[in-house]
Design a protein around this ligand. Structure first.
Ligand SMILES: [Mg+2]
Length: 379
């Protein structure tokens, strides 16, 4: 009887136990595949980046995984698990915005242990009208000395990283090409997603050719080429607004599948000859309005802040550099625009600091629904 009982138990395990095991594994596999099935190529990148973060939450066995130490340590440690950069124990409550503090640098002295990385907007924060914002050079030097990881996140999609470095160098600010992430970097993933390799695009104004080369697309400013183009990229710098906008408007309403790509979603930026210059985001929305009025429901494709592509690209690059899974609320973005820097950073899960050295005034801040955690007179 005992043998018969044991045999029955064994048989039950073989039939049901293995079955549950197999079903369970199969269900897990299906879930994993479904989670990673992209609807678009951009989705693939985004999901991969989220998966990298989600799958690596185990404590890092290597003490030098602390990113504060990495830059001074030379080669990154073999922390293949991309574990969390630091413990969350140091997290403190958000800073009140009830008062404006003198400078971000002052705040950082007492709050550095709350952060694993810093993300700077460029124009209006580090430099303004081709001049350095007071204190920016000293802060950057201090971050390098203290091995604090940082990146520059700019909606300037027309200058190449090399050109941007030169502009910053003229202000006495030294950076390397890989420290700059531009809104136009998003064209690479977009071209992959849409299979646009070797397709021709008309550029309104100027976009550095390196972005087109990297994306594998061709770019032209010849309006006669518009009928042969897959879409339009709204660039920056000067161009014949009347001729180009009219040509692009007529092209868009007669080519229903044409795309309108706007690397820089900003409305305007701080200028040199005048306080503000209209940016490509405003022109993109103007074209959208024209098309909608005509009955063509065109929606521009935005790549820069406050939209997610530029933040995902930057965060992934930071994690790869630091070999750590960065908690988003241990990264702060410092910007001068409520609409792009602060809203984008907040939506992405970064901490946010507004500086009043750029396009935002105290009156605009008081009137806005978008509120940063920290408000600083200057960098
Ligand atoms: Mg700015």
């Amino acid at each position: 009887m005992a043998h018969a009982g044991l045999a029955a138990i064994l048989l039950s395990w073989l039939v049901f136990g293995c079955r549950f095991s197999v079903f369970g594994r199969r269900r897990d596999n299906v879930a994993t595949v479904e989670n990673r099935t992209p609807t678009t190529r951009c989705a693939t990148v985004a999901q991969a980046k989220r998966a990298t973060k989600a799958e690596n939450q185990f404590p890092c066995p290597i003490a030098s995984c602390d990113p504060w130490l990495l830059r001074g340590a030379g080669a990154a440690p073999d922390c293949t698990g991309l574990s969390p950069c630091t413990s969350r124990q140091n997290r403190t409550s958000y800073v009140s915005t009830s008062r404006i503090i003198p400078s971000f640098t002052d705040w950082l002295v007492h709050h550095r242990n709350e952060l694993d990385a810093i993300v700077f907007d460029v124009d209006g924060v580090l430099m303004k009208a081709r001049r350095p914002v007071p204190g920016s050079a000293e802060l950057v030097q201090r971050l390098r000395t203290d091995h604090v990881p940082f990146r520059l996140l700019t909606n300037d999609g027309c200058h190449s990283p090399q050109e941007k470095i030169e502009l910053l160098r003229e202000c006495g600010l030294e950076f390397t090409e890989d420290e700059i992430v531009s809104s136009s970097h998003g064209m690479v993933e977009l071209a992959e997603e849409r299979s646009w390799q070797d397709h021709m695009f008309f550029v309104m104004g100027y976009v550095a050719s390196c972005y087109g080369d990297e994306a594998g697309i061709q770019m032209t400013t010849d309006v006669d080429s518009l009928p042969r183009c897959t879409g339009v990229i709204v660039g920056e710098k000067s161009f014949d607004w009347e001729a180009v906008i009219n040509a692009v408007f007529n092209y868009l309403i007669t080519h229903a599948d044409a795309s309108l790509i706007v690397p820089n979603p900003d409305e305007y930026f701080a200028g040199r000859s005048q306080p503000f210059h209209i940016a490509s985001g405003a022109i993109g929305r103007f074209l959208r309005q024209l098309c909608h009025t005509h009955g063509h429901r065109l929606e521009p494709i935005y790549l820069g802040k406050p939209y997610e592509p530029i933040f995902l690209h930057n965060h992934y690059q930071l994690e790869q550099e630091l070999r750590c899974a960065l908690e988003r609320d241990r990264v702060v973005i410092i910007g001068d625009s409520l609409a792009s820097d602060i809203k984008g950073g907040r939506d992405f899960g970064y901490r946010t600091a507004l500086v009043l050295t750029g396009i935002t005034t105290e009156a605009m801040l008081a009137d806005s629904d978008v509120q940063p955690e920290l408000v600083c007179r200057t960098i």
